[in-house]
Write a protein of this length. Sequence first.
Length: 281
Amino acid sequence: MFQDLDATLQAMLNDPAAPTELRNADVSFETPDKNFTPAQVTVNLFLYEVKENRELRDPVPIFERVGGILVRRPPPLRVDCSYVVTAWSNQVGAAKTAEEHLLLSQTLAWLSRFPTIPAAYFQGSMVDQPFPPPLWIAQMDANKNSVGEFWSALGISPKSAFYVTATIAMDLDIQVEAGPPVVTKELILKDKEVPGAEERVYQIGGTVRDAGTLTPITDAQVTLVEMGRTAVTGEAGQFTFLGLGAGNYTLRTTASGFTTTDTAIVVPATALNAYDVNLTP
């Protein structure tokens, strides 16, 4: 994944619309230590830090139906990939400094055009990104409290630099069977005064999802039409009704941005996921 992000950033810097000096420069992702001596003018992007973006963490699992069984998998991990960007020239003295500063400024200006990485630049596994990757340019310096230590660890003198952070989504490739789910509970009430007399009441439950993505829909209103009772789905898109007698009912489901749907149901359930509702936009 990281190598594909590297290739994607390189494609951005090599764009024919980029400034001439920038697109003619070499692009390197090597560690710019004392042994890094490029033969030509070079933009170096050193991936110095990788960490989870907790602000973008999604706690809601993704559900898919596979052969009548619900499969649960975690949402993609959102990862901040931070690079330190430097420019390198093989000239000497003032000419070296001028060429490096020109290239560094062009790189900064060009990348700053993109609040997110356009899909047209995606390389390799990056084409499967479920979200446009945010791109933060010159917004942070994770080494601001230890700049000297950072460059000293690389064994070189401090250089002009700026920082780039791209937030990508990583599929964890984990799935767990979550079903078959419990959709009906039966409660049998018996009258001690009347031997053999009993009443059966039921609790039913289901999940409201987007028909296209199977993502649970929060705050959907599910109305049991015949009884005039309404339930509102939570974060997992789930709803429940208590105290129902056996029989035929209608679930009327509404949610913002989706078409209202009427679903005929039978209590108790006769099929797996009988009370799940999929809404279309």
